[in-house]
Structures are given as structure tokens and as C-alpha cells.
Ligand binder design. Structure first.
Ligand SMILES: *[C@@H]1O[C@H](CO)[C@@H](O)[C@H](O)[C@H]1NC(C)=O
Ligand SMILES: *[C@@H]1O[C@H](CO)[C@@H](O)[C@H](O)[C@H]1NC(C)=O
Ligand SMILES: *[C@@H]1O[C@H](CO)[C@@H](O)[C@H](O)[C@H]1NC(C)=O
Ligand SMILES: *[C@@H]1O[C@H](CO)[C@@H](O)[C@H](O)[C@H]1NC(C)=O
Ligand SMILES: *[C@@H]1O[C@H](CO)[C@@H](O)[C@H](O)[C@H]1NC(C)=O
Length: 259
């Protein structure tokens, strides 16, 4: 066939006969090619500037988020904290008394003593005022705390019963707060005085329980008592003697996306 004819057609050839171009891969991080070196320098510079900008933005946002580490008075004028005693017995007495004795740390922080009837006797309802921003936190002493603690101690003294643990299944005190409102204010002005009041309440009630327990055990001392059993029971509910009013903390509106 004449070669001119052939040009009009696309001749299908065996693809494996094509030459595969051999291109050396260029490594941007270790190539010594002049262009690549300057490209590399440029990229690094851009990357560093971009990171600095990014961190500056993150820093600015987080300072706004955390309240800039300062407390504008609009945040701290009225730091109201609800104190609610659902127990209404001996534990409740130690609970409210400790708050009355505990300086709120800042004159703008106020303990507001409320009755459980203000919240339909329902612990869940105490969240609402924290949620709505009416108060900065709510501190609740759960109902039946004294009764359950009394039961635990009665069982301790009763030598026919072997205690496994205290009768209390949930921690007696619940602290509800939301640091999303202002993390700095909550962690600096609101929570520390609450913690110290709870620690005081627990220490004073614990001391009362220890001294009445000793009194009860010594007055009931007779040969019929199994002291081994009583000692064993004492160890089982030791946490009640040390820290009867322990608390759980519930952050219903966490402020920081970083933690
Ligand atoms: C209480 O808060 C106000 C307002 O932020 C502040 O000026 C003052 O120094 C604080 N006082 C104490 C004892 O922390
Ligand atoms: C618990 O015991 C104390 C005495 O230690 C008593 O004053 C209180 O009324 C008792 N409360 C209940 C609910 O048993
Ligand atoms: C001691 O425990 C036993 C068994 O639970 C009970 O029957 C008894 O009434 C208890 N005694 C006292 C004084 O609580
Ligand atoms: C001491 O005994 C009294 C009377 O039985 C009881 O009400 C109280 O709960 C007991 N307290 C302790 C800590 O055992
Ligand atoms: C006293 O209690 C311990 C532990 O429960 C038991 O092993 C022991 O037999 C009891 N002693 C008497 C005299 O009941």
C-alpha cells in the first residue's frame, strides 16, 4: 500500500509498543533544583504566616469566649446561686448552715435560699433557672439524705446485718451550672465558694455522725454485740463517716469546645 494512503487512517497499534516516558519524580523537600528550592522557601513562608494568622484568630476567639480573663461588671453584678434543701432534716441543717457561714468570696455573689416547693419538689426542675440565666448555679441537697444516712448507721450498729455499702446510691448533693455563660466567672467566682461551702457542710455533719456513732456504740456496748461485725460494717461505710455530703457536678451548658 502507498504510504500516502496510510496517513488518512488512524492505525491502531499495539499499545504495549508505546514508549513510556521516564519522568523523575520531583521531591519538593529535598530537590536541589533551583526553582524547586525557591518554591519550597515560598511554601514554607506561606505556611508559617498562615499558621500565625490561624493561631491569632484562635487566640482572639478564645479570649472572647473565655471572657478575656476579666470580669466586666455586667457579668458579675448579680451572681445569684440557688441553694435548695430537699432533705429538710439534719443533713439539710448542716447544708444550709455551711452556706450561711461561707463568705461568697465576692460581694456580688449571693446565696438564694429556696424551698423545694418552689421547684415542684422535683430536682430536675432546678435546672430551669440555670438554663434561663436567672441564676449562675443551683446547689441541691437531695431528699431523704438524712434518712438514708440514719439507716446506714442503724444497720452498722445492728450486728445481725453485714453491710455491703452505704444505702446512698446517688451522691447527696448536686451542683448544676453552665460555664458556657462565662467560663472565667464561673470557675473563678461561682464554683470555688460553692465547693468550700459543701466541704464545710460535709466536714461538720461528718464530725456529728462520728461522735454520735461513738456514743451510740459505747452506750449499746454489751456482751451480746459482735464487735467484729460492727468494726467490719464501719469500714464498709467509712466514706459516709469521712465525707457524708459528697457532691456531683453537672455542667449543663459547657462553654469551651476545646475541653
Ligand atoms: C468582686 O468582683 C468585682 C467585680 O468584678 C471586683 O471588682 C472585685 O475585686 C471582686 N472582689 C473580690 C474580693 O474578689
Ligand atoms: C436521723 O437521726 C438523727 C439523730 O442522729 C435525728 O435527729 C433525725 O431526726 C433522724 N432523721 C431521720 C429521717 O431518721
Ligand atoms: C437488725 O437487722 C435484722 C435483719 O435485717 C432486723 O430483723 C432487725 O429488726 C434489726 N434490728 C434493729 C435493732 O434494727
Ligand atoms: C444513734 O442512735 C440514734 C437512736 O437510735 C439514731 O437515731 C441515730 O441515727 C444514731 N446515729 C448514729 C450516727 O449511729
Ligand atoms: C461476728 O461476726 C463475724 C463476721 O460476720 C462472724 O464471723 C463471727 O462468727 C461473729 N461472732 C459471733 C460471736 O457471732
Amino acid at each position: 500500500m502507498h504510504p500516502r494512503y496510510r496517513l488518512g487512517y488512524i492505525i491502531a497499534e499495539d499499545p504495549s509498543s508505546y514508549q513510556i516516558p521516564t519522568i523523575e519524580p520531583v521531591h519538593i523537600w529535598n530537590s536541589s533544583n533551583k526553582d524547586i528550592v525557591s518554591l519550597r522557601k515560598n511554601l514554607l513562608r506561606q505556611w508559617i504566616f498562615a499558621s500565625i494568622e490561624l493561631w491569632t484568630v484562635i487566640f482572639l476567639i478564645s479570649t472572647i469566649y473565655f471572657g478575656s480573663g476579666s470580669n466586666p461588671s455586667k457579668y458579675t453584678d448579680n451572681l445569684d446561686v440557688n441553694i435548695i434543701d430537699y432533705d429538710g432534716d439534719l443533713a439539710g441543717y448542716y447544708f444550709t448552715n455551711a452556706f450561711r457561714q461561707t463568705a461568697s468570696g465576692n460581694s456580688t455573689l449571693h446565696w438564694c435560699y429556696k424551698d423545694s416547693s418552689d421547684f415542684n419538689h422535683n430536682v430536675d426542675d432546678t435546672q430551669d433557672e440555670v438554663q434561663n440565666g436567672k441564676v449562675w448555679a443551683a446547689v441541691v441537697l437531695r431528699a431523704d439524705t438524712t434518712r438514708l444516712i440514719n439507716q446506714s448507721f442503724a444497720a452498722l450498729a445492728n450486728t445481725t446485718t453485714t453491710l455491703i455499702s452505704p444505702f446512698i446510691s446517688t451522691l447527696p448533693i448536686l451542683v448544676i451550672y453552665g460555664d458556657g455563660r462565662n467560663t472565667f466567672t464561673v470557675n473563678t467566682y461561682v464554683l470555688p465558694p460553692i465547693r468550700s461551702a459543701i466541704a464545710k457542710a460535709s466536714a461538720q455533719y461528718g464530725q456529728y455522725l462520728r461522735s454520735t456513732l461513738i456514743h451510740n456504740l459505747s452506750s449499746s456496748a454489751n456482751s451480746a454485740n459482735n464487735y467484729t461485725q460492727q468494726l467490719f460494717n464501719t469500714f464498709q461505710i467509712g466514706s459516709l463517716l469521712v465525707d457524708p455530703l459528697s457532691a456531683s457536678y453537672q455542667n449543663i451548658h459547657p462553654g469551651s469546645p476545646l475541653v
